[in-house]
Design a binder for this molecule. Structure first.
Ligand code: SAH
Length: 350
């Protein structure tokens, strides 16, 4: 490998950061061995902190109603063809009970920004999950809310919150969202979540329309400075019926390279091999884990609503019951030398 590139990988591992120019060089270098080298270093770092454990999070997509109109998203408000659903608290608790028996110790409640789930209802739900499973973590992923709302949900027992920043460039953010949304509010939310004490996750889509290498460099610098406990990245995949339906999908190779780079930047970060990566590539989750990811988020939503939570085309949803897919996941991880563990899988302070 080119010695300058090799030095940059070393520098990233040792100092956990690079200059804009250096990041751009790593992102654009056409060196066959670079991804393999990044991946090897990222694996070594993840093993130092997390061994060969893979944490699983039970993803419950509990509502696909949304008041937002993000241009990329398949459940945006203006989507004509989406059949809308909202699980009841009872159904959600049932998903948790099934998940608990399968070894899940974190439940991720994800949904559109659905006004039905106001603070009272959502706090009640969080408290009910925590009462039923006091040894489990609850992660929320329900978009932008007020600081007071985040505080109430935290007080009700929520442990973690996923809110991707989507892009660290305000003009690019503007081009992905309708006018009512802006990057400044997203940042306000992320800062509030972290200050309140959530384990907080940010992240972005790789290859979102209009994204440049310069934007990705900004995303990396933002992540370095924000120091999230979790980072979610996956390739952009067009969703039929959205303004971006004809845009090309993002690169899986670049996503995998970025997973390794993020592991080197934040050695103990909780880093999922995302559903989008698993959708884009048959072995995407395995490749993500081998490149430094340490989390997988299998779907615990009832089989009959899964095809209605189509954030993008052909989103991975096999129709398998959760038990079957977890058994398969365990064996596919074992084949590459990793173990799915029954553990809350909290963030390790470095
Ligand atoms: N309403 C919640 C959950 C959004 S879905 C929120 O606002 O956080 C979770 C993530 O899916 C989004 O943050 C986005 O980055 C990703 N996503 C949405 N549409 C996508 C698409 N077409 N391709 C790939 N990822 C997408």
């Amino acid at each position: 490998m080119n010695s300058q590139i090799k030095r940059l990988v070393q520098l990233l591992e040792e100092t956990h950061g690079l200059s804009d120019e250096q990041f751009a060089l790593l992102l654009t270098a056409e060196d066959d061995q670079l991804s393999a080298c990044l991946s090897e270093r990222a694996r070594a770092v993840r093993e130092k902190y997390y061994g060969r454990s893979v944490y699983i999070r039970g993803l419950i997509e509990f509502t696909n109603y949304c008041k937002n109109d993000c241009f990329y998203c398949g459940i945006r408000k203006s989507q004509p063809s989406v059949s809308r659903y909202r699980l009841t608290e009872e159904q959600i608790l049932q998903c948790c009970a099934v998940g608990y028996r399968l070894g899940f110790r974190t439940f991720v409640l994800q949904g559109g920004e659905d006004p039905y789930w106001n603070d009272d209802r959502l706090c009640g739900l969080v408290a009910a999950v925590k009462t039923g499973h006091p040894d489990c973590a609850v992660t929320l992923s329900v978009g932008e809310r007020s600081r007071e709302s985040y505080q109430k949900l935290f007080d009700a027992g929520a442990d973690r919150y996923l809110l991707r920043h989507e892009t660290a460039d305000p003009a690019h953010y503007r081009s992905l969202h309708p006018e009512e949304m802006d990057a400044a509010n997203r940042l306000r939310c992320l800062n509030a979540l972290k200050e309140i004490g959530y384990q907080t996750g940010c992240g972005f889509m790789v290859g979102s329309p209009g994204q440049t290498i310069g934007h990705i460099v900004k995303d990396l610098q933002f992540i370095r400075q924000f120091r999230p406990q979790m980072v979610g990245i996956g390739p952009f995949i067009p969703a039929a019926g959205t303004p971006f339906e004809s845009q090309p999908k993002g690169s899986s190779e670049l996503t995998i390279k970025l997973l390794s780079m993020i592991r080197l930047m934040l050695p103990s970060v909780l880093l999922p091999a995302t559903t989008a990566l698993g959708t884009a590539e048959k072995d995407g989750r395995e490749r993500g884990i081998q490149a430094g990811a340490n989390v997988i988020m299998p779907n615990l939503s009832p089989a009959d609503v899964r095809q209605k939570y189509q954030l993008y085309n052909d989103k991975l949803s096999t129709g398998e019951e959760a038990a079957e897919s977890v058994a398969k996941l365990r064996s596919s991880m074992e084949k590459i030398g990793y173990n799915v563990v029954t553990d809350r899988g909290d963030y390790l302070t470095e």
